[in-house]
Write a protein that binds this ligand. Structure first.
Ligand SMILES: NC(=O)c1ccc[n+]([C@@H]2O[C@H](COP(=O)([O-])OP(=O)(O)OC[C@H]3O[C@@H](n4cnc5c(N)ncnc54)[C@H](O)[C@@H]3O)[C@@H](O)[C@H]2O)c1
Length: 351
């Protein structure tokens, strides 16, 4: 198969490239290292691009900006891919407020450029879009919660297994990032339903793994582990540090994408996170990383939570598992921590 991956040097893009390159497919990566423009030198992903290029002769890199409509159309027309996995993004809630045009142009317009190119020149392609749980805005914060010793949890049986795909995406605070991603999410669904293209939106919980270039503004576990290893100060923003995230290893994301490609559907939407078993609060994450590195977390607490931040978010995996029963989480949380620690040590960028 010919597979185009956008954001191919980033966490998800690069995992997907190596996953399918190992299986001898032909991979075309699109990434202009805009993560460095967004987050500075710590967000530079070129090391990963070089790693992929040196390892996989069946991988070709395009230094292309998905905002460039003409170049996107030309690239897709030339390649005529069987699959497009769209993982390029401005991924930070907080950054979006200071760069609203860049955020919308990359996340919403960039996605439209890809979809329209597919419709014009590669209509049979399967289109997988990395959406986000921020499309639900802060509406999950309206669920009744109970405060436990180290975490918040749902105090409503309806949500004991997490948030489902029919949760409202309307009338809540999303952050500009959540709004641009929701625009793209709706477009992806629409190109499915309206034009009968095989599209799906994967509404990610916390996607993570050893190859993330975590920075304070994006990449929760990666940044938390890096801060532990360096001994730098970590700031907890609000909610008593008991805010809960469900974490999924990028490998399990790639494995799901493979299931979808083998048996695609039209205009689908799935919540894709680690589920309850892979969930942790910030305080629990501190304990887990300390156990592995034997280093104390150096942190401070700020009363002010991040705008629109979820207090407790756990993806309900019932729908995704019912459509693709062969898929499951294969990397448990403790193993994710271990791999992230090793990843930073291997890159030797902080220890
Ligand atoms: N990491 C998470 O916790 C998480 C959670 C939910 C959803 N997501 C979504 O998953 C996707 C992948 O996230 P990630 O963590 O791998 O992000 P990432 O920042 O690691 O990777 C994104 C890549 O896209 C590239 N890029 C950005 N703008 C571009 C442009 N204009 N043209 C070409 N390339 C461009 C960047 O250089 C970067 O390498 C994103 O859509 C993100 O919103 C991520």
């Amino acid at each position: 198969m010919k597979i185009i991956v956008t954001g191919s040097s980033g966490l998800i893009g690069s995992e997907v490239v190596s996953y399918f390159a190992e299986k001898k497919h032909i991979l075309y990566g699109i990434d202009n290292n805009m993560r460095m423009d967004f987050f500075g030198a710590n967000g530079d992903t070129t090391w990963r691009q070089k790693e992929l290029l040196s390892k996989y002769p069946n991988f070709k890199h395009y230094n292309l900006d998905i905002r460039d409509r003409t170049a996107v159309l030309k690239c897709i027309a030339e390649i005529k891919p069987d699959v497009i996995i769209h993982a390029a993004a401005q991924p930070s809630h907080d950054l979006a407020a200071s760069r609203p045009f860049d955020d919308f142009d990359v996340n919403a317009v960039g996605t439209l450029n890809l979809l329209e190119a597919v419709r014009r020149v590669a209509r049979e392609s399967v289109f997988v879009y990395m959406s986000t749980n921020k499309v639900y805005g802060d509406a999950p914060n309206k669920i009744n919660l109970k405060e436990l010793e180290k975490r918040w949890d749902y105090d409503d049986d309806k949500f004991k297994n997490g948030i489902t795909e029919n949760f409202t995406i309307d009338q809540s605070k999303h952050s500009l990032f959540g709004a641009s991603k929701a625009a793209a999410d709706i477009l992806v669904q629409e190109y499915g339903r309206y034009f009968q293209i095989k599209t799906c939106c994967l509404r990610g919980g916390c996607l993570t793994g050893p190859n993330h270039c975590g920075v304070e503004l994006h990449g929760f576990l990666s940044y938390l582990v890096k801060t532990n290893l360096t001994g730098n100060l970590y700031t907890v923003y609000g909610y008593k540090g008991k805010q809960v995230r469900d974490n999924i290893h990028s490998l399990d994301v790639a494995k799901f994408i493979e299931c979808f490609i083998k048996n695609p559907r039209i205009g689908e939407v799935y919540n894709l996170g680690g589920g309850r078993n892979n969930s942790c609060s910030i305080l629990e994450a501190f304990e887990m990383v300390e156990q592995i590195t034997s280093k104390k977390m150096n942190y401070e607490y700020s009363d002010k939570n991040r705008e629109g931040d979820h207090i407790c978010y756990i993806s309900n995996l019932k729908k995704i598992k019912s459509h693709y029963p062969q898929w499951r989480i294969t990397v448990p949380l403790k193993e994710i921590f271990k791999q992230i620690v090793k990843g930073w040590q291997k890159r030797n960028t902080c220890v």
